[in-house]
Design a protein around this ligand. Structure first.
Ligand code: CU
Length: 451
């Protein structure tokens, strides 16, 4: 198997490299293709070309989120048969413009695709979510014809438009915001739980529904909490339709086994011991991670610093971006790649705490834990009308109430976290935002209602 001739070639990087790659592919096809005559009827051709009665067979390997080769030249009029082998650790299939397709095959699996008589350039791709946009495409070209145009893979077909999102719209009366209250630190030292991957359709802004990929049906996933020295034994169960995995930043462990993607119906147990304090991200570990995190697969693990004082109230806010796909479908990977979010949100829903404010009382000390789940954008958390006398960021106390200085924002890059504390001076409505103003205006905002 490892001595197979179709060892993945380097990706072409420019004109010269592309030209070289074409020569290599031509040689590769010349070696791998078997052209045989046969009298059996052939499937209808995509364009009018006289069938030659020959069949060209090409071995294609799926590996590293690419097809090798990713361009196949076929004598016009030949029938093309592709023998697909998957060497990746995740499932793939191959779909053609014509509608011909293989089933999804697991690592080591093979499938045979009859592409019919080749008369015109044809596109192929892997139809598992995100794989086409991540670059899993294949061109079939009649020998001697001009190369097919290669636009952005995500633009290769006209997709239905994304729904319109109004960041100022109010949710309906029945809307319940996600509970932002931080869970209490549980007493035990071993935290055992199952996390089920669920692919669910849910509202992310008033009137806007998306098919989200989730841990346990919520976005963000459940907030887990413990102390330094605690062990977490998490069993991930994939109740979804595509492969998923998990990666906990809260523990140090070799990724090979525990972070591997698992097929639908499978489970794995991920054990780690928390040795350092902070608010740590967890997220799906399946490629393209940009798509899996961008479509909802993230959450937080809080490991309390040993000297964490009691406060009157504690909240958790996880910031993330929304890249809308068509209504009721997963988020749009092409937008994620272009860093063009439709909205930026706290705890998964546009401006939810502007409509359902978080309560507090004047004179109370309030702690807000923050995690920037991204996947792409920084957060700059600010509460209008207050100053932070306490800042804890990425494992360090940066400000304490006894310090003469204070802080106006908690700045976080993607996957970073921390907490701030403040005392509200008097009753009122104190807006909170990411002070990246374009993000505040597209949904990263809320209100503390202080009585
Ligand atoms: Cu996933």
């Amino acid at each position: 198997m490892s001595a197979h001739p179709e060892t993945p070639a380097p990706r072409p990087l420019g004109g010269f490299a592309a030209g070289l790659a074409l020569v290599l592919v031509a040689v590769l096809v010349g070696v791998a293709a078997q052209r045989v005559s046969q009298g059996a009827p052939v499937p209808a051709a995509a364009s009018a070309v006289a069938p030659t009665g020959h069949t060209t067979t090409v071995a294609v390997v799926a590996d590293g989120m690419r097809f090798h080769p990713d361009r196949i030249e076929v004598p016009p009029g030949d029938r093309l048969v592709i023998e697909l082998t998957n060497r990746d650790d995740r499932r793939h299939d191959l779909v053609l413009d014509s509608g011909a397709k293989t089933p999804a095959i697991a690592r080591g699996g093979t499938a045979r695709l009859d592409a019919g008589v080749v008369g015109a350039a044809t596109q192929g791709w892997c139809s598992l979510p995100g794989h086409r946009q991540a670059g899993m495409t294949l061109q079939i070209v009649p020998t001697g014809s001009a190369p097919a145009t290669t636009g952005h893979p995500g633009d290769a077909h006209a997709a239905p438009a994304a729904p319109h999102l109004d960041a100022m719209a109010a949710p309906g009366d029945g809307f319940a915001a996600r509970d932002a209250v931080a869970p209490a630190t549980p007493p035990g030292r071993l935290h055992r739980r199952e996390l089920h991957v669920k692919e669910i359709e849910r509202e992310v802004a008033p009137g806007v529904r998306q098919r989200l990929w989730t841990f346990d049906g919520t976005v963000p996933g459940p907030v887990l909490r413990g102390r330094i020295g605690d062990t977490f034994e998490i069993t991930l169960v994939n109740d979804g339709t595509v492969d998923h995995g998990i990666d906990f930043h809260a523990g140090a462990v070799a990724p090979d086994e525990v972070m591997r993607p698992i097929d639908p119906g499978q489970r794995l147990t991920y054990r780690f011991t928390a040795t350092r304090a902070g608010i740590w991200m967890y997220h799906c570990s399946t490629m393209p991670m940009l798509h899996h995190i961008g479509n909802g697969m993230y959450g937080a693990v809080i490991i309390d610093p040993p000297d964490l004082p009691r406060v009157d109230r504690e909240y958790v806010l996880v910031q993330s971006e929304l890249y809308l796909g068509p209504d009721g479908e997963p988020g749009d990977l092409a937008k994620m790649q272009a860093e063009r979010p439709d909205a930026v949100v706290f705890n998964g829903y546009v401006s939810q705490y502007a409509h359902r404010p978080l309560p507090a009382r004047a004179g109370e000390r309030v702690r807000v834990w923050l995690l920037d789940a991204g996947p792409n954008r920084d957060s700059s958390f600010h509460v209008v009308g207050t100053q932070f006398d306490t800042v804890y960021r990425e494992g360090r106390w940066e400000n304490r109430p006894t310090d003469p200085g204070g802080a106006q924002v908690l700045g976080l890059g993607p996957a970073a976290g921390g907490f701030v504390e403040m005392v509200f001076p008097e009753p009122g409505h104190y807006p909170f935002v990411s002070h990246v103003m374009v993000d505040a205006e597209r949904g990263a905002r809320g209100i503390f209602e202080v009585r």
